[in-house]
Design a protein around this ligand. Structure first.
Ligand SMILES: NC(=O)c1ccc[n+]([C@@H]2O[C@H](COP(=O)([O-])OP(=O)(O)OC[C@H]3O[C@@H](n4cnc5c(N)ncnc54)[C@H](OP(=O)(O)O)[C@@H]3O)[C@@H](O)[C@H]2O)c1
Length: 391
């Protein structure tokens, strides 16, 4: 496989970055294809786009198959731009490498290799053995991986990508002293959170949030449709609820809780491994893992979500106790913080229960990725610095 950088493309292939960018944009516009990666594909012939496709959900056509279907006979002798190496194995659908060979595609350009051991270079090998030229557009590698942070992290580290949503007042408070916290932020911010939920495999909360707020933590379609950022692949693609996860050492989740009674599967993580099994309702499974000082061992929860339930990306929407514990354990990759322009005062509860930091040298650092206004609030997206979480 030839690896090319954008600056080395000759005049005949100078438009390759445009087509690869489009393939990545198509991948990015999928909410989630969990447990599969988001993938986009563009087919071109004589400089014209003849087919486009994306993988919208597990069990549905892969991006290459959708694009081949779109192109029909024009796929013969076309160039395929794919945001991820084509698969070479039969899962719920057949191998994409074979379909591309069968359609007579002349060349395949990929943005990054798939580290899934079932693929890992085998897709490229099969295409090359069939006489198809395969090129890697190296400048798109990081961007293509960033479309699927959880897929790659699960395969490479056995953990999902962990995003934490926090909503706070200007003075960094999340709930009044009596626990009241509903609607600190605006309706627009809450609708924006729906978009985040639609993109993850699982939403994680703590038992106290379930007992205090009784949230559903599901995705409500009407809120998404109201959101102007809905893209083409997304517009019809929401066909699942994220797994709802409660961290609950004493098994106090009531059978009447909204999180249990609304659609979708619920996993309750407890610290007693013997309690594993069905409980309180048919959609609820208890999963026992190791314990730790604060209750349930949070790393074990994430490892189980990755290995037992193939979760790629998860979002924590919990109170200050569980959120603080996840951060203290070095398990968070990204924060999405909504800041409401109001002050709750020093009696109100802090953003995180996170005691024991003795000096600035021990502060936990993040880098700002994005800042924007959402309704009346500000949304800040931050990435954990690389050394966070490493001993
Ligand atoms: N502003 C926001 O973004 C936001 C979001 C969600 C909730 N809230 C508010 O937060 C408040 C609830 O917060 P909270 O801090 O009391 O509860 P929480 O963080 O939702 O849940 C904490 C509980 O999780 C359980 N847990 C099990 N293992 C744990 C571990 N390793 N580390 C830490 N906790 C563990 C513990 O109960 P067991 O020992 O019984 O297992 C613990 O008391 C509510 O008022 C809610 O409205 C705000």
């Amino acid at each position: 496989m030839k690896s090319l950088s954008n600056s080395k493309l000759d005049a005949t292939i100078i438009d390759w970055p445009v087509h690869m960018q489009r393939a990545i944009d198509l991948a990015e516009s999928v909410w989630t294809a969990t447990p599969n990666p988001r993938v986009g594909c563009v087919l071109t012939k004589d400089g014209e786009v003849v087919g486009e496709g994306w993988h919208s959900a597990a069990g549905q056509a892969h991006a290459e198959i959708a694009a081949l279907h779109h192109a029909g006979e024009k796929a013969n002798a076309a160039t395929a731009f794919v945001s991820l190496e084509p698969c070479a194995h039969t899962g719920r659908t057949g191998p994409c490498s074979e379909a591309l060979i069968h359609a007579g595609v002349a060349r395949v350009v990929i943005a990054t290799l798939d580290t899934n051991p079932q693929v890992a270079g085998k897709g490229v090998l099969q295409l090359e053995q069939a006489g198809i030229e395969v090129c890697h557009l190296a400048d798109f590698d990081q961007q293509a991986r960033a479309v699927n942070p959880g897929y790659f992290k699960r395969l490479e580290q056995g953990l999902p990508y962990v995003r934490m949503k926090l909503a706070m007042s200007l003075d960094g408070r999340t709930a009044l002293a009596n626990g009241e916290s509903k609607w600190i932020t605006s309706a627009a911010a809450r609708s924006d959170v729906q978009r985040l939920r639609a993109s993850v495999s699982a939403v994680i909360t703590g038992i106290n949030t379930v007992l205090t707020d009784d949230p559903s933590l599901n995705v409500r379609r009407e809120d998404l449709v109201e959101n102007s950022e809905v893209l083409e692949a997304n517009s019809g693609g929401l066909n699942r609820q994220p797994l709802r996860v409660v961290v609950d050492s004493q098994l106090r989740t009531p059978g009447t809780a909204r999180i249990v009674t609304c659609d979708g599967e619920v996993k309750i993580y407890t610290k007693d491994a013997k309690r594993t099994g069905k409980n309180i309702a048919s959609n609820v499974e208890i999963v026992g893992v190791a314990s730790s000082a604060g209750g349930v061992n949070l790393r074990s929860v994430l490892e189980s979500l990755a290995s037992d339930f193939a979760c790629n990306e998860v979002m924590i929407e919990a109170g200050s106790t569980l959120s603080g514990a996840f951060i203290a354990a070095g398990l968070v990759d990204e924060l999405v913080v909504y800041i409401a322009p109001k002050i709750l005062g020093s009696d109100a509860r802090p953003l995180l229960e996170l005691a024991g930091l003795q000096s600035l040298a021990h502060s936990i650092e993040f880098t700002i990725g994005d800042v924007r206004q959402v309704g009346d609030d500000i949304r800040v997206t931050l990435k954990a610095k690389r050394d966070y979480g490493k001993e």
